[in-house]
Design a protein around this ligand. Structure first.
Ligand code: CIR
Length: 253
């Protein structure tokens, strides 16, 4: 498995914010935590392809929002925030040796944070960043590969994956205040602790998850469910409204 990542931009203090107040971001600390994230992925056996910094693209560390990568192809997305649209160019270059590429066409908008793939099911969150036009284009691109695309309403948070992520083959980690579990037929659920609103974003790696140290109550629920956890500190990039899935694009070689 390869993880594509990108160095934290020196302009991250100018990041997009939707649900959070702007707070100072310590760039050195953000970079150190990001390096810890990459090291954890390497330790778990992934090859990390770390792309160079994009000094003028504030949110470019959050590579997840630029593409949907599947085994059969990749789709270059069209991020909902205008400041983030130029991020896709270098990602398309990085992905082209590995996958056939499709590209979402204007005026459709979709952030990768709004796309949750579980097996052959692709859920697309309708948030302030993503729309039905993009969902329809994704459905068309994936039609030959027998994925099922389903749109999901999300409220109160930035992205679908702020509200729900996969934590095991058959299990979703979910904040039911932000997304209705009824959307995900056939899955088991672990609910994030109500006192830890941002705790539903785990990075699932097949037999374990990477998980932020900031959410001990939800972490205990994951542990109690028998899920193996690698802890990482991610609170500095959390000030930029970024979570763990946002910082990588995973692809099987
Ligand atoms: C943004 O608002 O676009 C960034 N500040 C945070 C993006 C986080 N990405 C993600 O959840 N996939």
């Amino acid at each position: 498995m390869i993880a594509i990542t990108r160095e934290v931009s020196r302009s991250i203090i100018h990041c997009e914010l939707t649900h959070l107040e702007r707070r100072p971001i310590d760039i050195q600390r953000a970079r150190a935590q990001h390096a810890e994230y990459e090291a954890a992925l390497k330790h778990l056996g992934l090859a990390v392809l770390s792309l160079p910094e994009e000094p003028s693209l504030a949110d470019s560390v959050f590579v997840e929002d630029t593409a949907l990568v599947l085994d059969e192809c990749a789709i270059i997305l069209r991020p909902g925030a205008d400041s983030r649209k130029p991020e896709t160019e270098s990602i398309a270059k990085a992905l082209s040796p590995y996958r056939k590429l499709f590209t979402i066409q204007a005026p459709a908008r979709v952030d990768g944070g709004d796309i949750l793939r579980v097996g052959r099911q692709v859920y697309i969150g309708l948030s302030t960043r993503s729309d039905t036009n993009a969902a329809e284009q994704i459905q068309d691109f994936l039609q030959p590969y027998s994925y099922e695309v389903q749109v999901v309403r999300v409220t109160g948070c930035l992205h679908l994956k702020s509200a729900v992520t996969q934590a095991a083959e058959d299990t979703l980690l979910i904040n039911p205040a932000w997304v209705d579990p009824g959307n995900f037929a056939g899955m088991k659920f672990i609910e994030s602790d109500p006192s830890e609103a941002y705790a539903a974003n785990a990075l699932w790696l097949g037999d374990s998850v990477l998980y932020p140290k900031a959410f001990p109550r939800t972490r205990k629920k994951l542990m109690d469910a028998g899920i193996k956890i690698t802890d990482v500190d991610a609170d500095e990039l959390a000030k930029a409204e970024g979570a763990l899935t946002c910082c990588s694009l995973l692809l099987r070689e």
